[in-house]
Design a protein around this ligand. Structure first.
Ligand code: ATP
Ligand code: MG
Length: 421
C-alpha cells in the first residue's frame, strides 16, 4: 500500500467538530467590527519578499529566520505572508486609499512563519488584522483597544486577559534612547546571549524583547524608553490612557514592551493571558505611521493590531456552551427506492418553503433501523420518514427525536406548516 501523505509540521487541519467554534468566534468578530464601522479588505497570501524586508525590518526574527521565501518560476523572490500589515499598507498605497482619507479595515487570513511548532505557535496560523489609516490622535488608538475589549466581553474571556501598554515615541526619540541602551548592554556584554550580542549593533531595542529567561534581570534593569519621550509623545500617550481610564478599561504600563517588528512608533499594546503558558499574547498592535512612507506612500497615520485566532480558540477550549451551529434541524429517512425518488423532490420543496430549516437527507439505501440511528446521531430534532406506505398515501411521518411528542403522519403541506412554526 502506498505510504500516507501527511500535513506539514506546524500546519493544521480544522476538522468539522472544531469548525463550529471557529465560526462562533469569527461571527462575533464580524459583528463587533461592524458595530464600530470597520470594513473588510481581502489581500493576497503571497507578496514580494522585498515588501516584508522593507517593512518588518531586516534584523527581526521574522525576516531573519521565519519567512517562507521561494523563487517564482521567473526568478522573482516571493514570500508567504508572515503577517498582514505590510500587504495592507501596500494595497492601500497601490489603490490610492491613503490620500486625505480615513479608513477602518479588517481581514482574516492565514499567516506563515517557520517557527518551532508548539502549543499556540504554528507554521501556518490565522490572524485577524485590524488596521486604521489617516488618524493621528490618540482617540483612534483608544478605539482599537476599546473594540478589542468589547470583543473579549462578547466571547466571555475578558476575565482571562490583561492589557499592557507602552509608548515607543518617535524615531528621533528612539535614536537618543538607543545610544544609552547600547552603552548599558555593552557594559554587561558578558551576560548577553548569542542573538542579543548580534543585535547589540544592528537592533539593540530588540534585545528587550528577548524570551531568554536568563536575560530577564538584565533587561529589567535596562534604561526605559518612556523616560526619553518628548512632550508630544507623552501627551499622545496620556490621551490614550485618559480615555481608557474614563471607560474603566484597566491596563498596566509595561516599559519593556517593544514588539517584535520595526515599524511601530508611539502606542504599542498587547493583550496577554496567563492561561496559555508561554504563548500568552493573544492580540498585539500599535501605531505605525512611519511604515507608510517606508513603503513609498506620502507621510500618513496608521494604527492597528493583529489577533492570533488559534490562541483565542485555545482560551475558549473549555467552553462547552458554545453549541454547534452546524447541527441540522431535521433528518430525512428514505426507505425503499420509490421513497428515495420521492424524497429528493420533497426535500427541495421543504427547503423552498422553510428557508431557515437545516435539513439533511439520507443518501444511499439502508434499513430503517440504520438510518434512524444516523438521524439520532445527527442531533436533529425531527426525523422525517418516507417509506413505502407514506409514498403510496402521499404522506410523510414525523418523529420527534428530542421530546415525548407522539409520531404523526401528515400531508406534505401539513408538514411544511408544522416546520414553519
Ligand atoms: P510572539 O511574541 O508570540 O512570537 P509576535 O510578536 O511574533 O508574537 P505578532 O507578529 O505581533 O506576534 O502577531 C500577532 C499575534 O499573532 C500574536 O500575538 C499571536 O497571538 C499570533 N501569532 C504570532 N505568531 C504565531 C504563531 N507562530 N502561531 C500562532 N499564533 C501566532
Ligand atoms: Mg514571533
Amino acid at each position: 500500500m502506498a505510504k500516507n501523505i501527511q500535513a506539514i509540521r506546524g500546519m493544521h487541519d480544522v476538522l468539522p467538530e472544531q469548525s463550529a467554534r471557529w465560526q462562533f468566534v469569527e461571527q462575533h468578530i464580524r459583528d463587533v467590527l461592524g458595530v464600530y464601522g470597520y470594513k473588510e479588505i481581502r489581500l493576497p497570501i503571497v507578496e514580494r519578499t522585498e515588501l516584508f524586508k522593507r517593512s518588518i525590518g531586516e534584523v527581526t526574527d521574522i525576516v531573519e529566520k521565519e519567512m517562507y521565501t521561494f523563487d517564482d518560476r521567473n526568478g522573482d523572490s516571493l514570500t508567504l505572508r508572515p503577517e498582514g500589515t505590510a500587504g495592507c499598507v501596500r494595497a492601500c498605497i497601490e489603490h490610492g486609499l491613503l490620500h486625505n482619507q480615513t479608513h477602518r479595515l479588517w481581514y482574516f487570513g492565514q499567516m506563515f512563519r517557520y517557527e518551532r511548532p508548539q502549543k499556540g505557535r504554528y507554521r501556518q496560523f490565522v490572524q485577524l488584522g485590524v488596521e486604521t489609516y489617516g488618524m493621528a490622535d490618540a482617540d483612534i488608538d483608544a478605539e482599537l483597544i476599546i473594540l478589542s475589549h468589547r470583543l473579549w466581553q462578547r466571547l466571555g474571556i475578558s476575565g482571562s486577559v490583561e492589557l499592557q501598554l507602552n509608548s515607543l515615541g518617535t524615531l528621533e526619540e528612539r535614536a537618543g534612547y538607543r545610544e544609552q541602551l547600547v552603552d548599558y548592554f555593552s557594559a554587561h556584554s558578558e551576560q548577553l546571549d548569542e542573538d542579543s550580542q548580534r543585535r547589540l549593533l544592528s537592533n539593540p531595542l530588540r534585545i528587550l524583547d528577548t524570551k531568554n529567561p536568563e536575560m530577564q534581570a538584565l533587561v529589567e534593569a535596562a534604561p526605559k524608553l518612556m523616560e526619553f519621550l518628548g512632550a508630544e509623545s507623552k501627551a499622545h500617550f496620556k490621551g490614550l490612557t485618559d480615555r481608557l481610564d474614563a471607560l474603566g478599561i484597566s491596563y498596566t504600563v509595561n516599559k519593556r514592551l517593544v514588539r517584535g517588528l520595526d515599524y511601530y512608533s508611539k502606542t504599542v499594546f498587547e493583550w496577554v493571558t496567563t492561561e496559555l503558558g508561554a504563548q500568552g499574547t493573544i492580540c498585539a498592535g500599535g501605531r505605525y505611521d512611519s511604515l507608510i512612507e517606508q513603503l513609498g506612500g506620502k507621510p500618513g497615520h496608521a494604527v492597528g493590531f493583529a489577533m492570533g485566532m488559534e490562541r483565542i480558540l485555545a482560551l475558549l477550549e473549555n467552553r462547552q456552551d458554545l453549541g454547534d451551529s452546524q447541527t441540522v434541524d431535521a433528518y430525512m429517512i428514505l426507505v425503499g427506492e420509490s421513497a428515495q425518488r420521492a424524497g429528493i423532490i420533497l426535500a427541495e420543496q421543504i427547503r423552498d418553503s422553510v428557508p431557515g430549516l437545516k435539513l439533511q437527507m439520507h443518501c444511499g439505501a439502508g434499513s430503517f433501523k440504520s438510518q434512524f440511528k444516523k438521524a439520532d446521531k445527527s442531533g436533529a430534532r425531527y426525523a422525517l420518514i418516507l417509506a413505502e406506505d407514506e409514498v403510496s398515501n402521499d404522506t410523510i411521518s414525523i418523529k420527534f427525536l428530542r421530546t415525548d411528542e407522539e409520531q404523526r403522519t401528515v400531508s406534505s403541506a401539513q408538514l411544511i406548516e408544522l416546520l414553519q412554526d
